[in-house]
Design a binder for this molecule. Structure first.
Ligand code: SF4
Ligand code: SF4
Length: 217
């Protein structure tokens, strides 16, 4: 999922200077899961903004603010609702959702969060970066574990050699992901997979921004 981090209130207040009527969007996918931009956080933020004299004209948190049909369908057009009632939209959705809102309304759209990574969740509390959407996935060759996102140097041809006792030399609080990959392959009885890795493994042309994906008919 896409993980976001709510900005400090002071920063949000600074961004909102000069506006009065604020419509808040959250998102019930990633922003909600990491408890930094779902309906609950949007409501809390709304209450805080009211204390500072803003008029909160509406709070909506669809299940997927980055899906156009979920924020602007003929039956329920949240964007129109926001545009007609407010001076500004404050979005707690990820960067994709916020930009989608911005390109479909004629009032300013500001963000109240920073999008930080694509991660995996455990126990509704721990979120770890697992993927940087490199565009050329190689994890079939690395035991289902991504060294692009999970090695601080994004090494794809094996470890740097700096690990100590299986811990990463950049941050000893985490395992060297290549050590984890080797352990995993050994467990799967595929120890020779690493020996067959080729360099370079990734096609970097697939990482060029911005990318577009089209669903085939
Ligand atoms: S190899 Fe690329 S696409 Fe696959 S998990 Fe890692 S960053 Fe994501
Ligand atoms: S110790 Fe392992 S995880 Fe850390 S930078 Fe080197 S190869 Fe990457």
């Amino acid at each position: 999922m896409v993980v976001v981090r709510l900005k400090p209130l002071e920063e949000i207040l600074e961004t909102l200077k000069g506006f009065k009527r604020v419509f808040i969007f959250g998102c019930e996918l990633g922003s909600s899961r990491c408890k930094n931009g779902g309906l609950k956080e949007a409501k809390n933020l709304g209450e805080e903004l009211e204390k500072f004299g803003f008029k909160v004209t509406g709070i909506r948190s669809p299940g997927g603010t980055c899906v156009l049909e979920r924020i602007a369908s003929p039956e329920r057009n949240l964007l129109k609702e926001a545009e007609e009632s407010s001076d500004v939209i404050l979005s707690l959705a990820c960067g994709a959702g916020t930009q989608l809102i911005a390109e479909n309304v004629d009032i300013p759209v500001l963000t109240g969060v920073s999008t930080i990574f694509i991660g995996a969740e455990r126990k509704g509390k721990y979120f770890d970066e697992y993927c940087i959407a490199c565009g050329d996935c190689i994890i079939s060759k690395t035991g289902g574990i991504c060294p692009v996102a999970r090695c601080p140097k994004s090494l794809t041809a094996g470890p740097c050699g700096g690990a100590i006792d299986g811990k990463c030399e950049i941050d000893p609080s985490m395992p060297c992901i290549w050590y984890t990959i080797a352990q995993r392959l050994e467990k799967l009885n595929q120890p020779d997979v690493l020996l067959k890795l080729k360099t370079p493994m990734r096609d970097y042309r697939k990482s060029i921004y911005p990318r577009r994906f089209v669903v085939e008919d």
